[in-house]
Write a protein that binds this ligand. Structure first.
Ligand code: AMP
Length: 218
């Protein structure tokens, strides 16, 4: 099964993808995490990505598509994939459709997590992430038990450079201009299922798992 998680930065895609991919045995592929890994390794791709990411801009389609199409052919993707943060432009969506079609495959379901603008900005500018396992925390309503340490793995918490208020605003502008058209694209294709992303984490997870289960039966 090939599933896309669609939603603005801060909608909870990463949190939900971690829950769902475990539950359903899908490979979780997060384009932002892949770019951050490339940066940490000091690769050429990482350097290119950094210059866009720190400004809150999208990494060019050509670079991004190549990275993701390479990743989804790995053996762990045979059971199915859950894409988190990709595609983010119409060009990326079309390139993905074409690549899957060549293999006789296609996107089965697009889960759209809806969250209001004010809530997105509040979540992004208060967000802290575990350096080791990427678990997200929030200074207001999801504080770790021990300040600065991840509850799950004890890793160090840090604020992403692109989660400052100014860059977060830019990322939301980019989302509305470049990623929102995907909602119509997948809706026309009959693949979009919307979910209220302002419910509790467990409830959103239940809604998404139910939508995937219904999708499997289609
Ligand atoms: P994320 O962790 O998904 O919020 O992504 C962090 C940053 O990585 C984004 O603000 C972009 O600069 C870059 N990025 C992640 N996914 C993509 C994508 N599909 N296309 C272009 N840039 C991306």
């Amino acid at each position: 099964m090939h599933v896309i998680l669609l939603g603005a930065p801060g909608a909870g895609k990463g949190t939900q993808a971690a829950l769902i991919s475990q539950r359903l045995g899908l490979a979780h592929i997060a384009s932002g995490d892949l770019f951050r890994q490339e940066q940490a390794s000091g690769s050429e791709l990482g350097k290119i990505a950094k210059s866009y990411m720190e400004k809150g801009l999208l990494v060019p389609d050509e670079v991004t598509v190549k990275m993701i199409l390479g990743r989804i052919t790995a053996p762990d993707c045979d059971k199915g994939i859950l894409l988190d943060g990709f595609p983010r432009t119409l060009e990326q969506a079309k390139a993905l459709d074409e690549a899957l079609a060549k293999e006789g495959k296609g996107i089965d379901l697009v889960l759209y997590i809806k969250v209001s603008n004010e809530e997105l900005l509040r979540r992004l500018s208060g967000r802290w992430i575990c350096r080791d396992c990427q678990a997200p925390y929030n200074v207001v309503e999801m504080q770790p038990k021990v300040a600065g340490k991840c509850d799950q793995c004890g890793g160090e918490l840090y604020q992403r450079a692109d989660d400052t208020e100014e860059t977060a605003r830019k990322r939301l502008d980019v989302y509305f201009a470049q990623t929102m058209p995907l909602i119509e694209y997948y809706s026309k294709a009959g693949k979009l299922v919307g979910t209220d992303g302002e419910k509790g984490i467990e409830d959103v997870g239940e809604d998404l798992t139910t939508a995937i289960a219904a999708g499997i039966g289609r």
